[in-house]
Design a protein. Sequence first.
Length: 102
Amino acid sequence: MRSSSFLIINNHEHLRHISDYDALALTPAALAPKEFDQTRFPCIADNLLEAGTQLANRLKQQRKFTDTANFTLKCNVCGLGLIGERDATTHATVSIYNEEFL
């Protein structure tokens, strides 16, 4: 987990950005605007950062994360077995039927 603070120009509200590196299940549709894929916390809420960091560390110790290089999945259209993000991305890019899902 990493955090950074930034300024939203339109309303001058300081916010903290917390990146979750294992957000596969929480990611909205691929074509959704980036604004959909974020949760905003006020910078003054340091207890939220501390709690988030503790949670991330505990889940990492329990190995509760997705190994995106080696996970296995199957294409719902052709049934091809794939290993990892690279195979999945390549298959989605070269498959004729991928436009059905865009």
